[in-house]
Design a protein around this ligand. Structure first.
Ligand code: MV4
Length: 448
């Protein structure tokens, strides 16, 4: 049993992990940059270690600084949260070399899923439906033309080292292919030091549906349904919900079993997310994330489980505390991301919080590291909190979200709160009939 866990992160997710540790009777160690000395995660953890100056590459991304903090504090394990070092295979390898447990999957699984071609080949071999496209990488324009002709236009050229929307080029018609292919390759080389690309059929109006999976690392795995994360701006999620408004129980059971069997097949350990594009009743795998995600609370709400607690359990070699048969989905949950950003351009807006009031009541959860007088540093991500609501059905969750947004006060900086108030007036949001392009189109019209 771990008696001390170091949290290699900051903000609301660091606090989220502190809370799970405390409930499990495990001591928590916060790490922080000099910009975060007064941060809530530092105050709430049992101990704190300063790991460097404000820039992330010298603090939260510094492997030597974090390994040293483990040695100083005597932490036996590291929870990486999301972002930062959470999907860094080298970090996991180095922790292993120091006999420190990484709370997450193996370095090998992170490596496989980090290379998008290998991820897709692995998933395809495990029976997961994928977007039609090239078998592996495409080296020449000649091959690109042949494959594109086979699958039909439009096609998308993606960097194997990309992901999350980075390193993609669209070719609507044959005459666009040469440029898409060449630019994708040269940008991939410049951005990732790896020019390998692959080609897929471009789906024109899909939804982004992701399946939450969880493995025990010994060949046991479950799924915890899906989240619809189609509401994005520039590949940043804005609002997420579970279950997906258009996913039936039969579809959930079918794709869920495919995903659980796939991760069981590779003896995956911990939390993972299998991302799909969903169009005309079909799921198409695009990527797998090997971390806990920002939006995990909507899954926790509808399944009533603590995913961080389970991550810690399986990292210790314990069994998961539930089986697939134990898991029952209840009601509907919605998360909105509160960012310190100024609309309509979403410009980051660091500054001092002059007043913070969190909403409460039945079915309302706030994950935030804010407090009155908190100074948001300019160095990090602009996410300052998440509001998660849960209701017996989608209309009840929406009513609760509207009510909770009315109670929420974040003064001193501009935030995305007004965006959600406006979205809740939209028929498309109320019916749930949006796709991945709806939000950007709506923003362009509204703020034209
Ligand atoms: C696609 C696609 C259409 N067809 N792949 C963007 C992020 C990365 N995870 C994959 N992405 C896409 N891949 C094919 N074959 C459209 C997107 C995409 C997108 C996906 C999910 C959510 C928002 C998006 C916004 C633009 C493009």
């Amino acid at each position: 049993m771990f008696d001390k866990i170091l949290i290699a992160n900051r903000g609301e997710i660091a606090l989220r992990v502190v809370r799970a540790c405390r409930e499990m009777g495990i001591r928590s160690v916060a790490v922080h940059s000099t910009a975060d000395s007064d941060a809530m995660h530092v105050r709430m953890a049992d101990e704190a270690v300063c790991i460097g100056p404000p820039p992330s590459d010298r603090s939260y991304l510094s492997i030597p600084a974090i390994v040293s903090a483990c040695e100083i504090s005597g932490a036996q394990a590291v929870h990486p949260g999301y972002g930062f070092l959470s999907e860094n295979a080298k970090f996991v390898q180095i922790l292993e070399d120091h006999d420190i447990t990484f709370i997450g999957p193996t370095a090998e699984h992170i490596r496989i899923m980090g290379d998008k071609i290998t991820a897709k080949e692995t998933m395809k071999a495990l029976g997961v439906p994928c977007v039609p496209g090239s078998e592996g990488g495409v080296d020449t324009l000649e091959d690109a033309r042949r494959i594109a002709a086979e699958i039909g236009f439009p096609v998308i050229v993606k960097a194997t080292a990309g992901g999350g929307g980075r390193g993609m080029k669209l070719a609507l018609a044959p005459e666009d292919l040469a440029e898409a292919f060449q630019t994708a390759r040269s940008e991939a080389k410049a951005c990732f030091g790896n020019d390998e690309v692959y080609i897929e059929k471009y789906l024109q109006k899909p939804r982004h549906i992701e399946v939450q999976v969880f493995g025990d690392g010994k060949g046991g795995a479950v799924h915890l349904g899906e989240r619809d994360c189609s509401l994005q701006r520039r590949h940043q999620k804005v609002l997420e919900e579970a279950p997906g408004p258009v996913i039936t129980p039969e579809m959930r059971a079918r794709i869920g079993k495919i995903c659980a069997d796939a991760v069981a097949g590779i003896k995956y350990r911990g939390a993972g997310t299998i991302e799909f594009l969903y169009e005309d009743g079909e799921f198409y795998f695009i990527e797998m994330n090997t971390r806990l995600q920002v939006e995990h609370p909507v899954t926790e709400a509808v399944f009533g489980v603590d995913l961080v607690r389970e991550q810690i359990r399986v990292a210790e070699g314990l069994e998961m505390s539930f089986t697939q048969d134990d898991l029952e989905m209840h009601g509907h949950a919605i998360e909105v991301r509160i960012n310190a950003e100024k609309l309509p351009d979403f410009t980051p807006c660091p500054g001092t919080i002059t007043q913070f009031h969190a909403p409460g009541g039945l079915g309302v959860r706030i994950d935030s590291a804010l407090y009155d007088g908190y100074r948001i540093p300019p160095y990090y991500d602009s996410l300052i909190g998440k509001l998660i609501v849960h209701g017996r059905d989608r209309p009840e969750a929406i009513a609760r979200l509207r009510r909770a947004l009315g109670e929420l006060i974040v003064d001193g900086v501009e935030t995305t709160i007004p965006l959600f108030e406006a979205l809740l007036e939209e028929e498309t949001i109320l019916t749930g009939e949006y796709d991945i392009h709806w939000l950007e189109k709506w923003l362009a019209e509204k703020y034209a």
